[in-house]
Design a protein around this ligand. Structure first.
Ligand code: MN
Ligand code: MN
Length: 476
């Protein structure tokens, strides 16, 4: 028999804030979460680099009726309500939008994420022969714990621009019949000295050399016979020569596919979920959007892991240029002031992953303000470190708006900081969009083992993130 609630219980219900486990609060949606995540895994497997992810996105957008904005600009085609447009920037970042019913100057509802992930880039001059083997020198990209990146299988993805200007796309190690590559480590028997070193020095940057071959060319007149044999194989398959490595972007990424984790299959383990999990949920929210009242926009950027720099990162003029093109094709007398007016009236959910509490290492978190696996989409009001330094701190008014919207729409959410105050922190693309005058709030999916070769997300959090992005894009 259910007892009547005590006065204390009623007060507790009314006055206290508690995080909710999304699995318990959304039983009916578990099936949808699992289906959504099956699709998510295909995005992860097909888009392991920013370039590949961009092509996956472009294919989906074209299929959904999005039109190439550059083509429309050339023709001067005016954009109507409901027109869907996209712009792919140098094959590494993308912006796309659905024109709303309201004038653009009243603001855009934006979502954004980054599509680059930590990895090992080949150096411009990577190939050398030593001790009966050929190896490739790498330069790691983004913040990694280097010791996690040895003795795992690697695939090589990327492009080579040859001397004649032709571009060759390379992807070795993803097909089950492909060879894979690896980085060796010292055996425990001889690692006494190595094991005394600090974790930052156990594996040094210059030790991240990829094992690439070992058969020599049969000719005693040449010096590096194994290297020459590898160059011969590369030349036969891709028509490239050693100097072509200079104008290449080749990325070594873990060779395995995304898998379910746990006996209950509740989680996903995969390379590159930071931040493709948020990129995916943003894209899906855009694709499933009915005609929005406000213009809805999604930006997917490159180079976040190294500071959002360069002409493909969030610090570039990509977003501003895109918005001014939308205005140019919408109003009769375009002027820059309209772009500024539009941006100042715009709102954004900057979607990036958050560090979920790991029970094995929970001392780095302050439990009142931490994100948890399974507790739904997580807000981060501010990022930064050492006293909020370098943070984009969302305005309380905007946080209130999103919190009320999510509560109304049944989105399970919680709020987090990245670890204890003095322990560290991080940044996202939020600050760069906020600099344009846009109201921005960081939110996304809690992740375990962030920046490792296998990151873990919870399927219900992926689902809540998708649903959150969608109701925000639909909102007035
Ligand atoms: Mn990230
Ligand atoms: Mn990251």
């Amino acid at each position: 028999m259910k007892q009547e609630k005590t006065q204390g219980e009623l007060l507790e219900e009314k006055l206290t804030y508690k995080q909710k486990n999304a699995w318990e609060y959304s039983e009916k949606e578990v099936q949808q979460a699992f289906e959504l995540c099956d699709e998510y895994k295909t995005y992860l497997d097909q888009g392991k680099t920013e370039r590949e992810f961009c092509s996956v996105v472009e294919r989906q957008l074209v299929k959904a009726g999005y039109e190439n904005l550059t083509e429309l600009m050339k023709k001067g085609t005016k954009l109507k309500k409901g027109t869907k447009v996209y712009y792919i920037n140098k094959e590494k970042s993308a912006v796309f939008a659905v024109i709303g019913q309201e004038p653009l100057t009243q603001g855009i509802n934006m979502v954004g994420a980054h599509i680059d992930s930590p990895r090992l880039d080949l150096k411009p001059n990577p190939i050398y022969e030593d001790s009966g083997m050929v190896l490739l020198k790498t330069h790691y990209y983004g913040g990694i714990k280097k010791y996690q990146w040895v003795t795992i299988p690697y695939a090589l993805h990327g492009v080579v621009i040859k001397a004649d200007g032709t571009k060759v796309e390379i992807c070795i190690g993803e097909d089950d019949k492909d060879p894979v590559f690896t980085i060796t480590d010292l055996l425990p028997h001889l690692a006494q000295e190595q094991m005394k070193k600090k974790a930052t020095e156990v594996i040094e940057g210059e030790s991240l050399n990829i094992l690439f071959g070992s058969i020599p060319l049969k000719d005693d007149e040449v010096k590096d016979k194994i290297k020459l044999n590898i160059l011969k194989l590369l030349n036969e398959k891709y028509g490239m020569v050693e100097e072509d490595f200079i104008s290449a972007e080749l990325e070594a990424v873990p060779a395995y596919k995304a898998r379910d984790i746990g006996l209950d299959r509740s989680m996903i383990g995969a390379y590159g979920q930071d931040d493709r999990v948020c990129a995916f949920t943003c894209i899906k929210a855009m694709l499933d959007l009915p005609q929005p009242k406000k213009t809805a926009l999604c930006i997917l950027t490159d180079k976040e892991e190294i500071g959002s720099m360069g002409n493909t990162g969030a610090q570039s003029s990509l977003l501003k240029n895109f918005v001014s093109k939308l205005l140019y094709l919408t109003v009769d007398n375009y002027s820059d002031i309209l772009t500024n007016q539009c941006l100042e009236n715009s709102k954004m959910l900057s979607a990036d992953v958050n560090a979920a509490v790991d029970p094995t290492y929970e001392s780095v978190n302050e439990k009142l303000n931490s994100s948890y696996m399974g507790n739904g989409i997580v807000f981060q009001k501010y990022t930064g470190s050492r006293g909020k330094y370098d943070a984009s701190d969302a305005n309380a008014e905007f946080v209130a708006e999103i919190r009320n919207l999510f509560n109304k729409e049944g989105i399970i959410w919680h709020l987090s900081e990245m670890g204890k105050v003095d322990l560290g922190g991080g940044g996202t693309i939020a600050q760069h969009v906020a600099n344009l005058g846009v109201d921005v709030l960081d939110c996304g999916v809690p992740i375990l083992s962030m920046h490792s070769p296998i990151e873990i997300s919870s399927k219900i959090d992926v689902y809540m993130s998708y649903k959150g992005m969608k109701v925000f894009l639909e909102s007035k």
